[in-house]
Design a protein around this ligand. Structure first.
Ligand SMILES: Cc1ncc(C[n+]2csc(CCOP(=O)(O)OP(=O)(O)O)c2C)c(N)n1
Ligand SMILES: [Mg+2]
Length: 328
């Protein structure tokens, strides 16, 4: 499995990566409990922060990202406005998609965020389309196609792998293997030792990466982005990191999972604590602990302000119901 040893990242870049993870953690852990009062399904990303933060830190602002149903972390890491996202989750007209998308359709095209997606594997062909556009127009942009381990079994994902190789698209397939598809363990829905291995069958380089190690995620993505921009085509990256919460809020008693797992993950596999400990032991040159503490406090304050703004009373004009639909 790919893990990081050294890094070329500057202190400021490491601080920014930590900040991104901290904002995602604050956003998601705050939503835990709050979600029961919100319209629509909410899937939390805590535990997987290093994947979104490490991948997006390797992208340019105008690169594309197509997300999944577990998309808040991707959206935050791609630069979406946290308050507008929180408002979206509350169904407000001043939400990032006018309050009509909710958790599973957060999008912001100005930031290359092509959208979360309620269809498992659904973002992958969209990212390939964006990559084809970039290639045809010669813009140099790349696209990241996120999917979970379950979504990676969708026919559309496998077709996308074929097309991406045949057309040498500047696309990165980012498979987030968190060990489960809803309540189904990954070992029960795919054979073989890892999903990255599948890439070889499509003639695409593939790598398994420690998804708790943000620097390893960043290094692997940086190389995949280099390949894509150089016209060398797609890469498959399988990031391994389990989620801290259940599959979705209000649904999951996690009876399919060892009882101690979520707590064990928070003590042994927290990507923020992992980065902190590597800075503390001198393996990585990063900000001092008190600066990281400040970033954590800022992240909490940002999310609290977003919740306060989103909790203000609001009205929805019923005449806007049919706005933004394709046909009437
Ligand atoms: C096409 C499709 N089939 C089934 C579902 C129901 N569903 C929602 S999430 C999910 C599991 C997805 O697992 P995975 O891709 O591993 O993502 P994770 O939830 O673990 O992040 C399923 C089957 C769906 N949303 N879309
Ligand atoms: Mg999964």
């Amino acid at each position: 499995m790919g893990t990081s040893r050294t890094t070329d990242l500057t202190l400021d870049q490491i601080a920014e990566i930590y900040r991104t993870m901290s904002v995602i953690r604050a956003f998601e852990d705050r939503l835990h409990g709050l979600a029961k009062n919100l319209p629509g399904a909410v899937h939390l990303y805590s535990g997987q922060e290093a994947v979104a933060a490490g991948v997006c830190a390797a992208l340019a602002p105008d690169d594309y990202l197509a997300s999944t149903h577990r998309g808040h972390g991707h959206a935050i890491a791609k630069g979406c406005d946290v308050e507008a996202m929180m408002k979206e989750l509350h169904g407000r007209p001043d939400g990032i998609c006018g309050g009509k998308g909710g958790s599973m359709h957060i999008a912001d095209f100005d930031r290359g965020m092509l959208g979360a997606n309620g269809l498992a594997g659904g973002g992958v062909p969209l990212a390939c389309g964006a990559a084809l556009t970039a290639r045809q127009q010669g813009t140099g942009q790349v696209a990241v196609a996120f999917t979970g381990d379950g979504g990676a079994n969708q026919g559309a994902v496998l077709e996308s792998l074929v097309l991406a190789r045949m057309l040498d698209l500047p696309v990165i397939f980012a498979i987030e293997n968190n060990g489960y598809a809803q309540a189904t363990p990954a070992a029960a829905h795919f054979s073989g030792t890892d999903m990255a291995q599948r890439a070889a069958g499509f003639g695409i380089p593939g790598e398994v990466v420690d998804g708790y190690d943000v620097l390893a995620v960043h290094a692997a993505t940086t190389e995949a982005v280099r390949r894509a921009r150089a016209g060398e085509g797609p890469t498959v990256l399988e990031f391994r990191a389990e989620r801290f919460h259940g599959h979705m809020e209000l649904w999951d008693d996690q009876s399919y999972r060892p009882v101690a797992d979520p707590e064990r993950l928070r003590t042994e596999s927290d990507p923020l604590l992992l980065l902190r400990s590597r800075i503390a032991d001198g393996t990585v040159a990063g900000p001092a602990a008190f600066e990281l503490d400040r970033l954590d406090r800022d992240a909490t304050a940002l999310v609290e302000a977003a919740v306060a703004a989103a909790s203000e009373p609001f009205t929805v004009d019923p005449r806007s119901l049919l706005d933004h639909v394709y046909t009437r």
